[in-house]
Design a protein around this ligand. Structure first.
Ligand code: CA
Length: 262
């Protein structure tokens, strides 16, 4: 099948619920890139309840085309796809600095290792088989963050500080960009959120649970590895190579603390 044909399918599969759960809230737009049609339809059915307008793509290339065409509120991305696999697709979207939250679907723990190890810039992941309740919860959290991001970007006349500059580090909240010694640091959306959260509270120690709650929007714990993985990527990008130097410090047995030398 050609990518063109798949794109046509994607449109045909679009689905949404007419009645929003919260009256007045516009449905969010979600792109689901998954080649197994049964799974894709199950995902679409349950995400439409959020409510959301779900568009499906059944291969990596049409998924990429759609991802780049629209400002999606979230993308659910399977790893094993014909045409272009989900790992490469995710990396490509991040290389283009697309700020959309991405939830990766992995079939095996070996794939999960790759998701966590490759610094792809995915915001979250689920291992198949997953429960639809868990899927809804994860996507809801991504959408909440997406809404917050949007609100922040809309704050043209924000009263809150929108810039952090200390030593070699500069972070611009409205542009959602960061620089180290004048060189831009390419950060995935969640990495930026984490960094902005830290720079607002220099010296304060955050537990992983607090970071999950305040940055990811999860109300439950049990995802310490998600925090660790993002912290490690952020540290690597900030050049934090030694435990006693750099910006983000591990507070053993507690969590993390941000320090910026003047
Ligand atoms: Ca697949």
């Amino acid at each position: 099948m050609t990518p063109h044909t798949e794109t046509a399918h994607s449109t045909a599969w679009s689905t949404s619920l007419p009645a929003p759960l919260h009256p007045g809230a516009p449905p969010r737009s979600i792109l689901v890139v998954e080649d197994e049609r049964d799974i894709a339809e199950l995902i679409a059915l349950h995400l439409s309840e959020l409510p959301a307008q779900v568009t499906m793509a059944s291969d990596g290339l049409s998924g990429r085309d759609l991802a780049l065409q629209h400002p999606w509120d979230a993308i659910v991305l399977d790893i094993r796809l014909p045409g272009l696999n989900g790992l490469d697709l995710c990396r490509e979207l991040r290389a283009q600095l697309l700020p959309v939250p991405i939830l990766m679907l992995t079939a095996r723990s070996a794939e999960l290792d790759r998701v966590l190890g490759l610094e792809l810039g995915a915001d979250d992941y689920l291992t198949k088989p997953f429960s639809v309740i868990e899927l809804q919860a994860r996507v809801k959290a991504l959408l909440r963050r997406s809404a917050i991001t949007q609100a922040v970007q809309n704050e043209a006349t924000a009263q809150k500080p929108s810039m952090f500059i200390r030593g070699s580090l500069k972070v611009d909240r409205l542009q959602r960009r960061a620089w180290l010694s004048g060189i831009e640091v390419a950060l995935a959306p969640r990495e930026f959120d984490l960094l902005w959260h830290f720079v607002q509270h220099p010296g304060r120690v955050f537990t992983r649970t607090e970071l999950l709650d305040e940055v990811w929007g999860y109300s439950h714990d049990g995802y310490d590895h998600t925090v660790n993985s993002h912290i490690n990527r952020l540290r690597s990008k900030l050049g934090d190579e030694r435990a006693d130097a750099g910006f983000i410090h591990t507070v053993w047995g507690v969590g993390y603390r941000f320090e910026a030398a003047a």
